[in-house]
Design a protein around this ligand. Structure first.
Ligand code: ZN
Ligand code: ZN
Ligand code: ZN
Length: 382
């Protein structure tokens, strides 16, 4: 899989440069279609998606200017130029690079490039210190968030991107199998969380992003921060883990139990398991994202746990753990082939216990493909 990494981590290869040239072209076309004269993209996942390397977001302005028609220009501090040229590889030929010196005004450089544009799309995570100064400098141009434009591109994954998501998911599966094979009782949540981070790295992640370990009553808190609670017999444990591998993220949840689960916990988990499987099975092109949420939610509600399903059913995933498309009742957008997202219903009984099952699913022409392949049953641990 190492050659695939050129797609994202390092575009020095010619195939990487071709992919990113095409992405730059499509970003410009998408901007034009949405009535934008230019996109201003600062270091972020959008930036890495377009240019194939990750630049640091910091107090010195780096900004990719993508005109709706015309050649993209990369404005950056001179000291960042070597990193950029190394990361861009052959793609540097497709760009003009404007390097500014410590005493130059980079806002002015962007202003000159944007010229008389009337509507400019600004990267969603651009720092306010740049966004506000650009807004003043570009007046009377209207500045709008570029998120929708970039999501239109990023939420439809290529076959190479899906391969990278599959590899990341399989690495997370290995870490999940590893931790659920260990003795967990007698250890603190924080210790188990640290151990999961080790396993995520051992399994091939470059970065162990997160490892939620929520035990006993803490399992009723969906985003519990692992603490000094010692895991013991009779605890439900929600494990929600993931990280980044070759520029793409993983995210999977399973529920474990220390000792024999009581019948009412088994019943709760069986409802959750059916709901999660039904939502995965409902995935196909043309189905509104809100319908996938409804499939899971209706089954959970019919079983009497509706109030205990505290969150949306899922989120898109790619270069970021949370991105478009969101699987939520307020998103009527139809799924398209190439969408990648989590299906992760949960049931949380306050002060008692909770459970969550999360898989990453790809919408393909023929239906949903789960990237996580571990059992969704309760993991019985010591
Ligand atoms: Zn979450
Ligand atoms: Zn998730
Ligand atoms: Zn998760």
């Amino acid at each position: 899989m190492t050659t695939r990494a050129v797609d994202v981590g390092n575009s020095a290869g010619s195939s990487g440069a071709t992919i990113h040239r095409e992405r730059l072209r499509r970003a410009a076309a998408e901007a034009a279609e949405r009535g934008l004269d230019a996109l201003l993209i600062t270091p972020s996942p959008d930036y890495a998606y377009l240019l194939g390397y990750r630049a640091p977001a910091m107090e010195r302005l780096t900004c990719l200017v993508v005109p709706a028609d015309g050649q993209p220009v990369l404005v950056l501090p001179r000291l960042e130029e070597p990193l950029a040229r190394h990361g861009l590889g052959e793609l540097a030929d497709a760009l003009e690079i404007v390097a500014w010196d410590e005493t130059d005004d980079p806002i002015r450089a962007v202003q000159v490039l944007v010229g008389s544009a009337l509507r400019v799309g600004v990267q969603d995570q651009m720092w306010a210190r740049f966004a506000l100064r650009l807004q003043a400098a570009l007046d009377p141009a209207q500045m709008v968030a570029a998120g929708a434009t970039m999501s239109a591109l990023r939420q439809v994954k290529s076959a190479d991107e899906i391969d990278l998501l599959r590899a990341a998911a399989s690495a997370a599966d290995n870490a999940m199998l590893g931790i659920t094979a260990e003795r967990l009782s007698g250890r603190t949540e924080a210790e188990v969380s640290r151990r999961i981070r080790e396993l995520l790295i051992q399994a091939g992640h470059d970065d162990a992003g997160f490892a939620i370990v929520a035990s006993g009553p803490n399992s009723a808190s969906p985003h519990h921060a692992p603490d000094q609670r010692v895991i013991g017999v009779g605890d439900a444990i929600v494990l929600d883990i993931g990280g980044m591998r070759a520029g793409y993220t993983s995210d999977t949840s399973r529920t474990a139990f220390v000792g024999d689960p009581p019948p009412d916990f088994e019943a709760l988990h069986a409802v959750l398991r059916d709901a999660q499987a039904a939502a995965c099975a409902a995935v196909r092109p043309g189905v509104p994202a809100s319908d996938i949420d409804a499939v899971a939610r209706d089954l959970i509600t019919d079983a009497g746990y509706g109030d205990a399903f505290l969150h949306r059913t899922g989120h898109g995933i790619g270069m970021e753990t949370h991105e478009e498309p969101y699987i939520v009742s307020s998103n009527p957008e139809p799924l398209v082939a190439g969408n990648a997202f989590s299906v992760e219903p949960g049931i949380y009984i306050r002060n008692t216990w909770g459970a969550r099952i999360e898989d990453i699913v790809i919408c393909t022409d023929t239906g949903g493909e789960r990237l996580n392949t571990t059992s969704t049953e309760i993991y019985l641990v010591e």
